[in-house]
Write a protein that binds this ligand. Sequence first.
Ligand code: HEM
Ligand SMILES: Cc1nc2ccc(F)cn2c1N
Length: 290
Amino acid sequence: VVHIAAVNKDRSFDDYQRIYNTIAEKIREEDEYDGYIGYGPILVRLGWHSSGTYDKNDNTGGSYGGTMRFKLEQSDGANNGLGNARAFMEPILKEFPWISHGDLYTLGAVCAVQELQGPKVKWRPGRVDMPEDTTPKNGRLPDAANGADYVRNFYARLNMNDREAVALTGAHCLGRTHLKNSGFDGPWGAASNSFTNEFFVNLLNEQWKLQKNKAGNMQYDSPKGYMMLETDYALVQDPAYLKIVKEFANNEGAFFKEFASCFQKLLENGIDYPKDAPTYVFKTLDEQDL
Ligand code: HEM
Ligand SMILES: Cc1nc2ccc(F)cn2c1N
């Protein structure tokens, strides 16, 4: 499968910055969502899950075709709860009908990372909505009840190495788990809406106890009421991953640098960009004094 980015000469940086600002202002406005966590974390998850179906072996899946808009992909259990993120995006699609779903879902994720004080993430337009029959089969998104070998294998399918895998999982500094979505119990204590390296600091500093939660699923809980998935905890069980976790826990800049590059790579997996395709770095609302 080949997906060529469509270079739309009628649209400029300002058009996309306007969509960025609309999303960012809506995140700021609707701050009560999910116990005042806000929509940022779930917008990051929407962009990530739109892209996480990619398979480097046949170049299928990924963000290009915007197939997250179809009910088949939405019915994948791993996508439970993302309807709230899609509902958030409905009015944006109405106001800007010229943007593709793939571009909007990935732009929303970049906007959320930046507005939650994370690193600047480069973004390129050009994804083109594909028909329903191109939707990848369910089952490509990861399952939390696994260890390091599974995690390494899963990320290899997305063409991500150990450092990229650890950095990407660092997005679990945001938001929380929800029993009704995933069967994992999210603490209110550690849930956050600012992008930091705390995921790595907590992994190393908290005492973790593997136990069955009230839905009968295994998760790691800490005395402070924090939680980690088995796939999160795998990052301190595997010596190669552990080394990177320690680096990112002690150097937030190194984490930000790696996250910025591999999050863009994740959101662009499977897409061929012509050499005249533009690359955008959006300004935050704060940088525009908005
Ligand atoms: C092995 C890989 C991964 C697994 C098994 C996994 C699993 C999960 C699960 C079970 C939840 C809770 C969903 C809910 O109950 O609402 C969650 C939340 C989340 N995940 Fe992951 N995840 C993985 C990787 C990633 C990556 C690569 C990113 C982004 C770069 C990411 C971003 C998020 C965010 C932001 C949330 C919070 C969403 C919210 O607060 O509504 N995750 N993840
Ligand atoms: C704060 C926080 N956010 C998340 C998101 C997903 C997950 F699996 C764990 N998380 C934790 N501890």
